[in-house]
Design a protein around this ligand. Structure first.
Ligand code: HEC
Length: 407
């Protein structure tokens, strides 16, 4: 799942729907003596589309693309091994803490289908059975958005030099009324140099994050009735982080907004527990920082967690501490992967009553042993490294009476 935020309800429906597609010959009653053949087009492609192609497609982090039969066929035996051992799909949250709606883990029946297919010689099947590609026209993964705002001019990224972190001008979009948004997708045109992007909403009340792009998380969608609010008179701003990659490059990032339809139940807010007091010595293999706790000022529910660090990030943990001191770990990412930073969507939103503290702690590996580390000889402060323990939440008292206006 590419989605940054998917709630249990919608995801469970998707999984149930998906399970219906999978009839493994092993489980199916044998008709006329011969089991139905498992084919790529009918049985395997839907599984790869659902669980693998987010990463296994051009421009993404996996080494090979698995979007067509021609691409997947040579990898059949590796696929069997990778899914049987559950090495793939990778998932970075420690299973000891929390249950997440967007955990891409395969069902046993799906593993059986893939194994049976490979054992049978990985047949293609009838091309008319092919499911539609999950990658929509124009590259949008959430379907065509209602509003698209692009950079007014391409960002120029030189061949070399320091990373670029800057705001870029986007086409003006005036919000003449409070606007509820059900999905936000950020689409860079050039992922080679795009490290991440942040979409902020700006108004008299300040600047707040409402969406973003980071490897593994380009979209933010909500369950029906869960929306983002772009207040009347607000504007959007786009902050980009580019890394030069050896040749001059350009990028034109677009922001796609899907307007909410139907009644509004809850407005989703983003806040963070993090730290700017980072001073990581050269070569330090386990530098620790503790985030400033976020204290809930009203009864709330946490819906998702998005730990953000850069190349030296090693691990990240969120703990919810009740006023009486009881603590529960919400998310632990013991082997943080800077190339894959999804939002971890809680299967069930977690209550954070007034006075509850959300605490974070993270570590960085600035040693040469960290394969992501561009330069272990540098002393690293805030900027090159970050500790942003983002999380999305809703306020219980939020009144579910508004209706989203589509205009
Ligand atoms: C979160 C991103 C991601 C997802 C989702 C994912 N993969 Fe991968 N996959 C990778 C990466 C990255 C590698 C390269 C090895 C590594 O770094 O772990 C890889 C490697 C592999 C390999 C090993 C290639 C080799 O060199 O032998 C196979 C096979 C594979 N993936 C199959 C799958 C299948 C099948 C799925 C879906 C069921 C899947 N992957 C889902 C990221 C992903």
């Amino acid at each position: 799942m590419r989605a940054g935020v998917v709630f249990a309800s919608s995801l469970a429906a998707a999984v149930v729907g998906a399970a219906g597609l999978i009839a493994t010959p092993a489980a199916a009653p044998q008709r006329a003596g011969a089991p139905r053949a498992v084919t790529y087009t009918r049985d395997v492609a839907p599984i790869l589309n659902r669980h693998c192609v987010d990463c296994h497609r051009p421009g993404e982090i996996a080494p090979m693309s698995l979007t067509t039969y021609a691409e997947a066929r040579p990898w059949a035996k590796s696929i069997r091994a990778a899914v049987a051992t559950r090495v793939m799909p990778p998932w970075y949250a420690d299973p000891a803490h929390g249950e997440f709606a967007n955990n891409p883990r395969l069902a046993d029946a799906e593993i059986a289908t893939l194994t049976t297919w490979v054992d049978a010689g990985a047949p293609e099947g009838d091309r008319r059975d092919l499911p539609t590609s999950p990658i929509a026209a124009g590259g949008w993964t959430l379907g065509t958005p209602d509003r698209v705002v692009a950079m007014t001019a391409p960002a120029q990224v030189p061949a070399s030099g320091p990373r670029i972190i800057a705001d870029y001008a986007i086409e003006p979009l005036t919000f003449e009324a409070d606007t509820y948004v059900s999905a936000i997708e950020v689409l860079p045109s050039n992922r080679t140099v795009t490290h991440h992007a942040i979409v902020n909403v700006k108004d008299a009340a300040g600047t707040r994050r409402i969406g973003g792009f980071q490897p593994g998380g380009a979209t933010t969608i909500y369950a029906p009735g869960y929306v983002r609010l772009i207040p009347k008179g607000a504007t959007l701003a786009l902050n980009m982080h580019y890394n030069p990659k050896g040749t001059p490059q350009q990028d034109t990032t677009k922001i796609g907004l899907t307007l909410a339809r139907g009644p509004v139940q809850k407005v989703v807010l983003t806040a963070m527990s993090g730290s700017r007091a980072l001073d990581i010595p050269p070569g330090a293999a386990n530098y620790e920082a503790v985030g400033t706790p976020y204290v809930f000022t009203a009864d709330s529910h946490i819906v998702s967690l998005l730990p953000r660090m850069n190349e030296r990030g090693k691990d990240f943990r969120y703990t919810l501490v009740a006023p009486d001191g009881r603590a529960v770990v919400l998310l632990s990412v013991p082997r943080f992967n800077p190339d894959w930073q999804p939002s971890y969507v809680l299967k069930t939103p977690i209550a954070a009553p007034k006075g509850t503290r959300l605490e974070t702690v993270a570590h960085w590996d600035n040693s040469a042993a960290n394969r992501h580390n561009p330069d272990p000889s540098q002393r690293i402060g805030f900027g090159p490294e970050i500790m942003n323990g983002y999380f999305d939440y809703t306020v219980d008292a939020d009144v579910p009476t508004r209706t989203a206006a589509v205009r």
